[in-house]
Design a protein around this ligand. Structure first.
Ligand code: NAP
Length: 289
């Protein structure tokens, strides 16, 4: 069993860290809002640390799942960040969805300290984290990946090494381009069918076995028709991910016209008050038009 640290006990990190404790690892947690870390320790045992640096001291592998680039920077290389106390030969696994540029920067900084940094964003949402069935896309060194993989597997069903530092984040961007397009396509299809007077639940059942099917159609189609948007991945988070994706596309000279358009639609949903609703709320702008 390993000594590990987990930084960031949010919607995703809390259950992910819980799976590591449940598997028998010695987990030390840090969370900016201390009450969440206290609740986690009450529930799972383990230890609570007052800073990322204290949590990381003595850990063989340090995990994090925080919000955005500045948050990841703060908990790694900021004052009392984890890198301060990590020893040579240890591994930092970051599950935040952040930029590939920051992943490369942190991997280079970590290397000067003898630490391996893996960028390992996830997909599968809150239920994937709670049920331990996330998809994890990893960038970084192959040897560090092989050491970290059995631990990541406690909360994932697919863990793939994609290439050097930043490749995990780039793969997550590919994922988000696909997911936004599928969500927008479904929103337009449902809105079109409803206006045409179709029984749209029947229509979704009719097409669900054909070429139009998707995870999104099967899991969110009918709730979109019912106007229920209170589960899954929030519009605010998707806008953050698309900002990162569009910046990466701009740096590499890739045409992401459709992604930019859908990002604008997500902005409209935020203006309708839907920032904390899940991304199937894309249909709101069509149904209120
Ligand atoms: N939710 C999903 O369905 C989902 C799916 C895939 C990927 N993700 C990605 O996973 C990451 C986490 O998402 P989440 O839903 O778990 O978010 P969340 O519930 O808002 O949790 C964010 C966590 O990061 C901590 N944090 C934020 N800024 C920090 C800072 N500057 N210093 C220290 N700690 C900080 C928060 O601490 P406090 O408790 O003090 O706020 C909290 O523990 C994001 O990058 C998100 O895009 C989320």
């Amino acid at each position: 069993m390993a000594n590990v640290a987990f930084i960031g006990l949010g919607v995703m990190g809390y259950p992910m860290a819980g799976h590591l404790a449940h598997a028998g690892h010695n987990v030390t947690v840090y969370n900016r809002t201390r009450a969440k870390a206290e609740r986690w320790v009450d529930q799972h045992g383990g230890r609570l640390a007052a800073t990322p640096a204290r949590a990381a001291a003595g850990a063989e592998i340090v995990f994090s799942c925080v919000g955005d680039d500045p948050d990841l920077r703060a908990v790694t290389v900021g004052p009392s960040g984890a890198f301060e106390t990590m020893s040579r030969g240890t591994i930092y696994v970051d599950h935040t969805t952040a930029s590939a540029q920051l992943a490369r920067e942190l991997a280079a900084d970590a290397a000067t300290r003898g630490i391996s940094f893996l960028d390992a964003p996830v997909s599968g949402g809150q239920s994937g984290a709670e049920n331990g069935v996330l998809t994890v896309m990893v960038g970084g060194d192959a040897q560090a990946f092989e050491r970290a993989k059995p631990l990541i597997a406690h909360f994932a069903r697919a863990v793939t090494l994609m290439g050097p530092a930043g490749s995990g984040q780039l793969t997550k961007m590919v994922n988000q381009i696909c997911v936004s397009a599928v969500a927008q396509g479904l929103a337009e299809a449902i809105s079109f069918g409803l206006r045409a007077g179709l029984d749209m639940k029947l229509a979704l059942d009719a097409i669900a076995q054909g070429a139009a099917t998707s995870w999104f159609l099967q899991n969110r189609g009918k709730t979109m028709i019912d106007g229920k948007f209170d589960f899954g991945f929030a519009v605010d988070w998707m806008r953050k991910d698309l900002r990162i994706t569009i910046a990466e596309a701009s740096a590499s000279g890739t045409d992401v016209t459709m992604t930019k358009l859908i990002d604008g639609f997500f902005a409209e949903v935020q203006q309708l008050g839907g920032g904390r609703q899940d991304i199937s709320a894309l249909i709101r702008r069509l149904r209120t038009a």
